[in-house]
Design a protein around this ligand. Structure first.
Ligand SMILES: CCCCCCCC/C=C\CCCCCCCC(=O)SCCNC(=O)CCNC(=O)[C@H](O)C(C)(C)COP(=O)(O)OP(=O)(O)OC[C@H]1O[C@@H](n2cnc3c(N)ncnc32)[C@H](O)[C@@H]1OP(=O)(O)O
Length: 157
């Protein structure tokens, strides 16, 4: 697993995302990495705080959706660089936003444990990347989801 997160390559002016921006002190600051680059597998970890509660003892689904969102878009950017055989973060930047986000809550997600997000790149096209994601707690898959990440439009950045 590489030490530098995908999000560490985001330029300063685009690092304000609530889910993964390192310049957003009130955000989640999610960090995503290759787990197995050859297999197109990525990983992120996140431990919810007490204020991320839904029902006492269980994690709020909106937080989970946010984590899946940002693990998906970060993984998509990394996959796009990989597909072009380019060094991650090199110019011109490949920037992706969420086109579609699907989240399936399969089992209640418990508070008090580290959540593991595993991504699998399933499609890479010039303007679109699809990432399938699972979120587990204590080795139980509680949530599955997918992100269709699309090249960021010029109007956004
Ligand atoms: C690793 C190192 C990286 C280094 C550098 C990277 C810099 C990082 C920069 C930045 C990071 C920022 C932090 C991450 C962001 C966090 C996630 C968010 O919260 S983002 C906010 C929420 N999302 C929006 O507000 C989007 C709003 N929507 C739009 O702007 C457009 O609708 C957009 C761009 C999503 C689509 O625009 P179109 O329709 O013009 O796209 P067309 O080019 O025609 O489509 C390309 C392909 O995508 C599919 N597509 C487009 N929209 C789709 C959708 N909604 N659902 C399914 N597929 C969709 C199309 O069918 C097409 O697929 P076919 O090539 O035909 O297979």
């Amino acid at each position: 697993m590489s030490k530098q997160a995908f999000q560490d390559y985001y330029p300063e002016e685009l690092s304000h995302c609530y889910g993964c921006g390192s310049n957003n002190a009130d955000g989640h600051q999610l960090k995503s990495y290759w787990l197995d680059e050859k297999q197109g597998e990525t990983i992120a970890r996140f431990t919810p705080k007490a204020y991320h509660t839904a029902i006492p003892g269980f994690v709020y689904g909106g937080l989970i959706a946010s984590l899946i969102d940002c693990h998906g878009t970060g993984s998509a950017a990394a996959a796009a660089y990989q597909a072009q055989g380019r060094v991650i973060g090199s110019a011109p930047a490949l920037r992706f936003v969420t086109g579609a986000l699907n989240v399936n809550f399969l089992a209640p997600t418990p508070m008090g444990v580290e959540l593991i997000l595993r991504g699998k790149i399933t499609e890479v096209k010039e303007r679109k990347v699809i990432v399938e994601i699972t979120l587990s707690a204590d080795d139980v898959v509680c949530v599955s989801g997918s992100v269709i990440a699309v090249k960021m439009p010029a109007t956004m950045g």
